[in-house]
Design a protein around this ligand. Sequence first.
Ligand code: ADP
Ligand code: MG
Length: 477
Amino acid sequence: MAQFETVIGLEVHAQLDTDSKIFATSAVASGDNPNSHTDPVTLGLPGCLPVLNKRVVDFAIKAGLATNCSIEKESVFARKHYHYPDLPKGYQISQYDKPICLGGYLDVKTDEGVKKIGITRIHLEEDAGKSTHLETEDSSLVDLNRAGIPLVEIVSEPDMRTPQEAGAYMRQLRQIVKYLGICDGDMEKGNLRCDVNVSVRPVGQEEFGTKVEVKNVNSFRFVERAIEYEQQRQIAQIEQGEEIVQETRLWDEQRGSTKPMRSKEFAEDYRYFPDPDLPPVIVDELWVKKVKESLPELPDQVIARFKDIYQLEEYQAERLTEEKIVANYFDKAVSRHNNPPVIANWICTELFGRLNKEGIEFEECPVSPAYLAELVELIDKNVISGKIAKTVFDEMFQSGQDASSIVEKQGLKQITDTGEIENVVSEILAANPEQVEELKSGKEKVLGFFVGQVMKATKGKANPQMVNELIKKLTNG
Ligand code: ADP
Ligand code: MG
């Protein structure tokens, strides 16, 4: 049986987070009341001219710079013609043979190490409206709020070989657009979505197999599952002696499979030509320089900083940078109290664990970074023990109060007064003469029993180290 290799290329659409549409003044707010954000340009009324939103170009340049693309001096908007009710003009404005960004790559972290995935191009285009086909009636509804919302399409080279690689690439791309602040990355809402191109070829064959494009894939899991399904389907077909037809298929979420949408014979002829209403986009070096200077720190840079300056382990640096909001939180906490490794631990274990358990998004985190920092400071200054700190943290999470107030109010301060601890230890030793003998005869286990008794008597507030030392001292005499 011949062995097959899968070849994958992704076309990712990211909705740009601008205030207004790409060529019109209406607001970008697709969830509002249907057709509440329209205007003559969005409606495609004859004689209305599109005017390019400059911010959209800034965002595309950002995307290009963050993915190592060259920014083209001149790019051109074209008309892509097709007929559909959610496209009033009869054409979509998109960049075709002269896109704004070319020839980049991403260093993608996969299970097999870092892999360079080429980026063919990034181009700008407008989104179409949204059609809702009614099941009970013989009609459809059209909402044009989404029409004219700016998109970038990021097209990869066919460089990926496994579903996991494609998933990792997509995740990293989402992380980057979110860090750049150009797209909210919300895949459930379709603000980030992707078309998956898949082909298979016998191992060792240089030529690519015929590809199938799967549309409508809107989660990481579905990207991976659609590829898994397609590679099996295509291999089975080839093994039965049949050819793969180039076609567009749809991901069927319910069935977990893909189904035909249209084949190449029915592929549409879009009759692309440069839009005469829009001049070429000219981006000079100064413009690129300005955008470059405005770029925020990107995930890889933050990871490097956390490792170099804060001495974090790779794994922890990666977890803390998955979301920009978490990285910011960590930075703020560390600026309040300089103990990065311990603060990192508290975020990754207690805070993540608690948010997860309660089903709360990080955005809604009830413990502020300054408060978490203060909690760690109280431990470092021996005001409370690490164990009590967990109780304090629970209270902080529930009430939103600061650590000091909780410690004060509930009397949780650690007992570090030698005399006070010594009194308790003496009492407990006196009450348990048999165990004292055991300890003296070398039964180390009994030490734990005594520490437990002292902690119980002090409600966990005695400094554990001091308790240990005092028990040893008083039984050695
Ligand atoms: P089309 O002209 O059909 O749009 P493109 O060459 O523009 O095809 O490629 C679209 C996407 O498909 C790109 O992401 C590219 O990497 C990917 N792709 C191209 N050929 C193949 C192939 N044989 N197998 C898998 N993916 C492919
Ligand atoms: Mg294409």
